[in-house]
Design a protein around this ligand. Structure first.
Ligand SMILES: [Zn+2]
Length: 300
């Protein structure tokens, strides 16, 4: 995640998502027991502020993420509130530990962007940047599930090929093509109804040029830089909505876990690294070579 600037206290433990076996619980915990296999929702609210009480935990005034504001999950034991775990659904074939660990953050973020914020509908067109990323992949599958037409981009042809296999309707190499020109051509000049953006400065202008009348642009990240501009005349004349999104609330989390239980939205795991090779895992992530999530196996 690339949220507001954070002052780290070292040594800092990385790792947001995770999955494992419950070792122990507090005396008032009812929903899980020691021995249960669970996955972790890494967004930790205080569960007491006005936003939390209104059911909007990711707007919590004390919202913190494991691995970012709090010590993370690349360790053998982690303590989290009861509400932040979910029993891993039983599927056939069963979810691997890596898949379970890779599910929560990207699926929750994408769900809130596509369903709650953008309110994408069947028959609409969504443009999703950078399909190698976990949020983008989850957003693509959620958009397809809603019956939308999905255009995805990447600078790697191999990733675009894989995206087609996973359900993308149209793939664009954003290194060799002008994305907004292609999107206009593919939509009879109307433009996309929804743009899913987490790249930031590098793609912002093209995102707006791709956005049609009444379009919704949802942003959950700023990987290439946070400062962008908007022509207010285009904003009001085309009646655009520019929306932010971070993680999701507890109800949304329970909803996506339920969907996973039906066999849908199974996460895409790029590669699993042993704990000793965590440096290589981080380098693969930094170089943007992955398609989907990179998982670290902490213990057997
Ligand atoms: Zn709160």
């Amino acid at each position: 995640m690339h949220g507001l600037p954070v002052e780290y206290r070292f040594p800092h433990i990385l790792g947001a998502d995770g999955a494992g076996v419950v070792d122990g619980v507090g005396s008032e915990v009812r929903s899980v027991r020691p021995g249960d296999p669970v996955m972790i929702n890494p967004g930790i609210p205080d569960y007491t502020c006005a936003f939390c009480r209104a059911g909007e935990q990711s707007l919590c005034v004390n919202y913190r993420l494991l691995g970012e504001h709090l010590p993370g999950t690349l360790c053998e034991y982690v303590v989290v509130p009861e509400q932040n775990v979910a029993i891993i659904p039983t599927l056939a074939p069963p979810l691997t530990w890596a898949e379970a660990a890779a599910f929560s953050l990207v699926t929750l973020t994408a769900w809130r962007m596509v369903v709650t914020r953008a309110r994408l509908r069947a028959g609409e067109t969504a443009l999703i940047w950078g399909i190698g990323g976990g949020v983008s992949l989850a957003a693509m599958r959620i958009a397809k599930r809603l019956g939308a037409r999905v255009i995805v981009t990447s600078s790697h042809d191999g990733k675009l090929q894989e995206a087609r296999r996973l359900g993308a309707d149209i793939t664009l190499n954003h290194r060799t093509l002008a994305v907004s020109t292609e999107v206009r051509a593919l939509t009879d000049k109307r433009g996309a109804d929804v743009v899913i953006e987490n790249v930031g400065e590098a793609t912002w202008e093209e995102s707006l040029r791709s956005l049609g009348r009444g379009g919704r642009l949802v942003c959950c990240g700023a990987t290439t830089g946070p400062h962008v501009s908007v022509d207010l005349r285009r904003l009001f004349w085309y009646q655009w909505s520019i929306l932010g999104a971070t993680m999701g609330n507890e109800a949304e989390y329970r909803e996506i876990v339920g969907v996973l239980g039906t066999g849908e939205l199974r996460p895409v795991v790029d590669r699993v690294f042993p704990f000793e090779e965590v440096r290589a895992a981080c380098e693969r992530l930094e170089q943007g070579e992955q398609l989907g999530k990179i998982a670290i196996r902490v213990s057997e």
